[in-house]
Design a protein around this ligand. Structure first.
Ligand code: 3NM
Length: 210
């Protein structure tokens, strides 16, 4: 199995404003429980900026290093470079993959958010390493979500010939993760299912089982 595909299994996405507890404690519990990838997504209301954003990112990256889990930065290519992150995850509006690769380096991971077959095919053509597909279900974690299409959009993307690693995102929890995997995803990307979990360990294990 492709190493990146394996890292997509339980992909934890988080910023400080997604947590009711210290984000470092939440991430450590998630890593201990077996999350396979982490994305630092410090954005939205109450998010840290400037040096605070950098310093928290550096501490979270350190934790990921301890567990040998890839540390990906959301949107902010400059921050990804400063932190020597393993990669960057970009949205449809966050610039072009080619120029991002030139900045961050060819050996780094570039992930792209997509919402339909057309965007997925374009991301493949432009050289993405993996794609996120969402929103699978309704979520209140992200305010500007696109229309909910459900896991069937992943099946449609597979049927269109996309073999890249795919993670579903948006409203995924322990009750619906299986549907996303069965639709053709390599893994599930979640924020609140883990960041707000009463029992992080149990949640990660259940997400892993699908
Ligand atoms: N991207 P939760 S949905 C960051 O549809 C993000 O592309 C989405 O949060 C997309 O796991 C989303 O708490 C929020 O629902 C995911």
């Amino acid at each position: 199995m492709n190493i990146l595909r394996k890292h997509m299994q339980v992909y934890f996405v988080m910023g400080s404003n997604n947590c009711d507890r210290n984000p470092e404690v939440v991430l450590k519990e998630a890593l201990e429980a077996g999350v396979t990838c982490f994305q630092y997504r410090e954005k939205g209301e109450g998010a840290k900026l400037g040096i605070e954003k950098l310093e928290l990112g550096a501490r979270l990256k350190e934790l990921c290093n301890e567990y040998e889990v890839p540390f990906i930065v959301n949107d902010d290519v400059e921050l990804a470079i400063q932190l020597d992150a393993d990669g960057v995850h970009i949205g449809q509006e966050d610039g072009n993959i080619t120029s991002i690769r030139e900045k961050i380096g060819n050996e780094k991971i570039v992930g792209v958010s997509t919402h339909n077959v057309e965007e997925a095919l374009r991301a493949v053509e432009l050289g993405a390493d993996y794609i996120g597909v969402g929103p699978m279900y309704f979520t209140s974690t992200k305010k500007d979500i696109e229309e909910v299409k459900g896991p069937s959009v992943i099946t449609a993307i597979r049927e269109a010939g996309v073999t890249l690693p795919i993670v579903g995102i948006g409203g995924i929890n322990i009750s619906n993760a299986k549907e996303v995997m069965e639709a053709g995803a390599d893994g599930v990307a979640v924020i609140s299912a883990i960041s707000k979990a009463e029992n992080v360990e149990e949640t990660v294990i259940k997400l892993q089982r699908g």
